[in-house]
Design a protein around this ligand. Structure first.
Ligand code: ZN
Length: 109
């Protein structure tokens, strides 16, 4: 999924559904989907600071989970690294990598 500084995924030419995972048929209309390439740039829609993490993530807390609208792609859930105190809705972020199945972003300076 990680390449070219952006995120690879799937999009449906029929109903415009898209997401950041590879899939054969659209979950909304069951049409065949196309491979899509989304920008690594996005904007924070909302976020939360996880202080009491689920089992297995204890060492990583506190960490931020955010809902992000990709510039030319779907709304995704990801982690914001290197920042937990001064985040604001509307801040722009850049995709970094996928770690343990989670999309990781950093705040643009
Ligand atoms: Zn569709």
């Amino acid at each position: 999924m990680v390449e070219f500084g952006g995120i690879k995924g799937s999009s449906c030419p029929k109903c415009n559904w898209s997401d950041v995972f590879a899939i054969d048929a659209c979950p909304r209309c069951q049409s065949p989907v196309k491979e899509a390439r989304f920008s690594g740039q996005g904007k924070i829609v909302t976020f939360t600071l996880i202080r009491y993490p689920p089992k297995g993530f204890e060492k990583e807390a506190p960490y931020v989970i955010a809902m992000i609208d990709l510039e030319n792609g779907p709304r995704v859930i990801g982690r914001i690294v290197e920042e937990s105190e001064n985040l604001q809705i509307g801040q722009t972020v850049s995709f970094l990598t996928i770690s343990n199945g989670a999309l990781e972003f950093k705040v643009n300076q």
